[in-house]
Design a protein around this ligand. Structure first.
Ligand code: WT7
Length: 643
């Protein structure tokens, strides 16, 4: 995968400088910002922080005690205040904050003053339920404005939100609730997805059979499906906010107050609760949104990510609202009722800035030019991409067919851990190259290093100094935090991504170098899927790998050995796929499961995943000299080719 991607990228030499008309109006167009930020990084970030509201100004911009950073130390602020109250005194008061379309076609609009009112009411409701500063609240919701309301309400009173993507199963939800010890769960009676209702409340009920910390469940009515309500535990959203006052002062919070936890997959079987705090994260989201998405007062901004992922946290909710933007939010699938739904939305609401993932772009490409062709996309002026490397072919299609050749593309690199974008073009400055995320954002020190940790033209992407929105650790597991991110190279943050740097200093991201898989932009751990498989009574051993996939980037392929009496039948194959769905969620469903008598192992018993990848990709086998039993691979290869 990495090698193929590299070859394709190396051939790419087209360059797209910003159009003069774009440059002239851009929020930043002076290339000297890079140098001045590099000269005094702390001043650079402090100046940006100064554009936001602080109840008390910070004493020190940064305290860095590797691997723990504190930003804007001693300052107090509130991100909910900065997203809402800060806009209410001026013309943004009655500007649309959220423009929402449900999958069935229903529509809602909330102005900043209306959103502020809803947030105050829900925040008061949370207080009534006994939620206090520092308490964790799990949000398991469809893409409805109330999810934003719930997040901003937690932030307002200093509670910590933990949003769990609606595509995770009841068991995955249970693990995340227990790890965070959430007191409250907020959910909905369902959400629309591809014409059907996703029964979120049912999953919550299942999850809550083993979650001692949970006291109350708040249920928002979205789909109208009848859901059982457990007496003394469950209550309706309307019931909770019905009598609440429209005002709730935003709590002045320490800059390092925990803002949220977001679980993401790593290289082990257990998801990590990534910790983000208030002040630095706020500044990073605010500044990157303004500089990279170039938002203007009249823009209609749409990031198609689900809020259950970090992209939704930083670039559906916090970044754009901090900038007083009009944010479009769509509840459902891109192919409902037909493959042109996104373009119908762009046309209807005159979307001007659109941010999506390469996997989506490749699906649109496959569905054909007719769908976008039927809609007026002339309102678009800037396009963005995130989540995986974008192949030049998809980049060019996006540029031509969606952007009409006139919109700059910002290919933005970042991670759940980084909180905000760290590598990206600035659309009024950077001449882009299809497939490259271009350069580190001003004030960010990134490098490419070899195995020895020395600066090199190709190797691993690392970050050399702290940035405002960086993770503050893994919830409840400081050791793991050090080990994963800070032990590979001394004094460098290890991203887990392969990267190449070209003669112009541009960065070309090449995908993960660890056991993390990107499948349709979703982050999965091979170990997590393996544990889910081994949890099935018929399975003895499992090895999971990613196989290149035209649209999804990776397909999930599992090699499974069975226990004594279990029979390798198509029914069992199907059952195992369902078992993974039950343990993790539909996003992790294996594309292929291959039963095998043995797995290729080294003499010390380590499964040789590289060989399995070679087999699945139909490649010539690499070095097999360390194999304990060379016969295994040949029979496996034959078997794979037969299947
Ligand atoms: C991983 C992080 C960041 C929000 C969505 C994903 C890959 C992300 C790019 C890009 C190449 C990218 C990396 C990274 N990635 N953006 N523009 N080009 N690769 O967040 O789920 O935490 O995944 O996504 O491999 O490590 P995430």
């Amino acid at each position: 995968m990495v090698k193929k991607a590299l070859e394709a990228l190396l051939k790419e030499d087209r360059v797209f400088p910003p159009a003069e008309s774009f440059r002239r109006r851009a929020n930043v167009s002076d290339p000297s910002v890079y140098d001045s930020a590099a000269k005094d990084r702390l001043k650079f970030w402090a100046d940006l922080a100064g554009q936001l509201h602080w109840f008390k100004k910070w004493d020190r911009v940064l305290e860095w005690d590797l691997p723990y950073a504190k930003w804007f130390v001693g300052g107090t602020t509130n991100i909910s205040f900065n997203c809402l109250d800060r806009h209410l005194a001026g013309p943004r008061r009655d500007k649309t904050a959220i423009l929402w379309e449900g999958e069935p076609g229903d529509e809602r609009r909330l102005t900043y003053v209306e959103l502020h009112r809803e947030v105050c009411r829900f925040a008061n409701g949370l207080k009534l339920l006994g939620v206090q500063k520092g308490d964790r609240v799990t949000l398991y919701m469809p893409m409805v404005p109330e999810l934003c309301v719930a997040m901003l309400s937690c932030a307002r009173i200093g509670a910590v939100h933990s949003v769990v993507f609606g595509g995770f199963s009841a068991e995955a939800l249970r693990d995340r609730i227990n790890d965070s010890k959430s007191k409250i769960v907020v959910t909905a009676d369902g959400g629309w997805r591809r014409g059907a209702v996703l029964p979120l409340k049912q999953f919550v009920d299942e999850a809550l059979t083993g979650t001692p910390s949970v006291e109350r469940v708040v249920v928002f009515k979205r789909s109208g499906s009848a859901v059982p309500m457990k007496k003394g535990r469950d209550l309706g959203w309307e019931e909770l906010v019905g009598n609440q006052s429209d005002s709730c002062e935003a709590e002045p919070l320490d800059s390092e107050q925990m803002l949220y936890l977001l679980y993401t997959s790593g290289t082990t079987g257990k998801p990590k609760g990534i910790i983000h705090t208030t002040g630095g994260y706020m500044v990073g989201c605010y500044a990157s949104t303004h500089w990279i998405f170039d938002l203007k007062e009249e823009d209609v901004y749409w990031c198609s990510a689900d809020i259950g992922w970090v992209t939704g946290h930083s670039y559906v909710v916090y970044g754009p609202l901090l900038n007083g933007a009009t944010v479009l939010m769509y509840e459902g699938a891109p192919n409902h009722p037909d493959n042109g739904r996104f373009w119908a939305i762009v046309e209807k609401y005159r979307v001007s800035v659109f941010y999506t993932a390469p996997t989506a772009i490749r699906s649109f490409m496959k569905w054909g030019d007719d769908f976008p062709g039927r809609h007026d996309l002339s309102s678009l002026r800037l396009l963005g991409s995130v989540g995986e490397p974008i192949n030049p072919e998809a980049w060019i299609w996006y540029h031509q067919t969606i952007g009409g050749g006139r919109c700059p593309i910002v290919d933005t690199w970042w991670q759940t851990e980084t909180g905000h974008i760290l590598i990206s073009p600035l659309p009024g400055i950077t001449a882009t190259k299809p497939g490259s995320a271009t350069r580190p954002f001003p004030g960010i020190e990134a490098d490419v290093v070899n195995d020895q940790g020395e600066s090199a033209d190709s190797g691993y992407l690392v970050i050399k100094s702290p940035w405002p929105g960086m993770l503050r650790g893994i919830y409840g597991d400081p050791e793991r935090y050090r080990e994963i991110y800070w032990s590979r190279f001394p004094n460098l943050y290890f991203t887990g991504d392969g990267c190449k740097r070209d003669k112009d200093g541009f960065f070309w991201l090449l995908g993960r170098v660890d056991d993390v898989l990107k499948v349709s932009g979703h982050r999965l751990s091979t170990m997590e899927i393996e544990s889910a498989l081994v949890d099935h009574p018929a399975v003895a051993e499992a090895a999971v790998i990613g196989k290149s996939h035209e649209i999804k980037e990776n397909a999930v392929v599992a090699f499974v050995t069975l226990k004594g009496r279990a029979k390798a039948t198509p029914e069992l194959n199907q059952q195992l796929k369902e078992h993974v769905v039950k343990k993790i969620g539909s996003i992790a469903r294996p594309d292929e499961i291959l039963f095998t008598a043995d797995l290729p192992k080294t003499r010390s018993g380590k499964i040789m995943r590289r060989l399995l990848r070679d087999i699945a990709e139909g490649r010539a086998l690499g070095d097999t000299s360390t194999l304990a039993d060379a016969g295994v691979v040949n029979s496996l290869k034959e078997k794979y080719e037969e299947d």
